[in-house]
Design a binder for this molecule. Structure first.
Ligand SMILES: [Zn+2]
Length: 307
């Protein structure tokens, strides 16, 4: 945010309140109710709960998909892993992060050529009925679903990690094309989806593209596979493009293993901007905190409206 304020081109606006309706059009009602109430129910009767956060104690093994009645049972059901704990402010924070992406979507609908949603927490690991990987509500998916009422939407996920939540949410749909470039899930989080043979289901068959990539990928290698992704998106002829942008592709990121430089990030942004599709850029991961601001600005500068 600090770096955005220092530019002479960023118009910074607070998000608007959209209520629960656009959230419930993407996420399961029982899950949203769980996110909203879990902490309060879990800490009922506890006096000092300021530093507490709910994580699951159990996980359902494959095929066992009943919703238990207790909070700890529900935690195992709705939480994919231990990296999305629920604290006192979690639901409100996730909700306003989703409102941030919805506000960006509204900007495109009203004629802006591009918008950046500075979302925290991120969203692309959140599925219809699960949180995980620091994600609670799927900001990109919620914004994309909203945009899909106005036209065809393509989502390009270029976070270092596979966008498993986004994949699940649109897996049966052909009006929203989903494309994800990410580290090979056989070796990297989120492990259980993001494979090349997962291409959509039913009506959505052929409208999901995963491109798993090797560790040590450099700028030149990335730009080659990006070309494949952008060509698929171009063929789809979308009215709107949503970018799930994670800066954990950067070479110094402590969670990522790619070797992408800031110059590479600039070129990735340039190649995407050259599609000239109204574009919403949604912030996902990124953990090299000393360079994240610079890298986002470097990417976003390609989208400055020169007209
Ligand atoms: Zn990531």
């Amino acid at each position: 945010m600090h770096q955005l304020r220092q530019t002479n081109w960023a118009e910074i606006l607070p998000p608007s309140d959209f209520g629960l309706e656009p959230i419930l059009e993407v996420h399961d009602q029982g899950y949203v109710e769980f996110l909203k109430t879990a902490f309060q129910l879990w800490t009922a009767g506890v006096v000092n709960y300021e530093h507490m956060a709910l994580t699951p104690a159990t996980f359902p093994p494959g095929g066992h998909r009943r919703v238990p009645q207790t909070i700890l049972g529900k935690a195992g059901y709705y939480m994919m892993d231990l990296s999305a704990p629920i604290g006192a402010e979690t639901f409100q924070t996730a909700l306003w992060s989703a409102y941030c992406s919805l506000s960006g979507a509204e900007a495109l609908v009203t004629g802006e050529k591009s918008a950046f949603a500075l979302c925290r927490p991120p969203g692309h690991h959140a599925g219809k009925a699960n949180c995980g990987g620091y994600c609670y509500l799927n900001n990109s998916a919620i914004a994309s679903h909203r945009l899909s009422r106005k036209g065809k939407v393509a989502i390009l996920d270029i976070d270092y990690h596979a966008g498993n939540g986004t994949q699940e949410i649109f897996y049966n749909r052909r009006d929203v094309l989903t494309v994800s470039l990410h580290a090979d899930p056989a070796l990297e989080y989120p492990y259980y989806s993001g494979y090349a043979d997962e291409t959509g289901e039913g009506e959505g068959k052929g409208f999901h593209l995963n491109i798993p990539l090797p560790f040590e990928l450099d700028d030149a290698g990335y730009l080659v596979v990006l070309k494949t992704a952008l060509s698929r998106i171009n063929d789809f002829e979308p009215d709107f493009l949503v970018i799930s942008l994670g800066m954990d592709i950067f070479m110094d990121d402590p969670l990522g293993k790619f070797k992408i430089t800031s110059q590479g990030i600039r070129q990735i942004g340039r190649n995407i901007a050259e599609l000239e599709i109204p574009t919403l850029i949604v912030m996902e991961g990124g953990y090299a905190l000393e360079s994240i601001g610079y890298n986002f600005i470097t990417f976003l500068e390609n989208f400055i409206d020169q007209s």
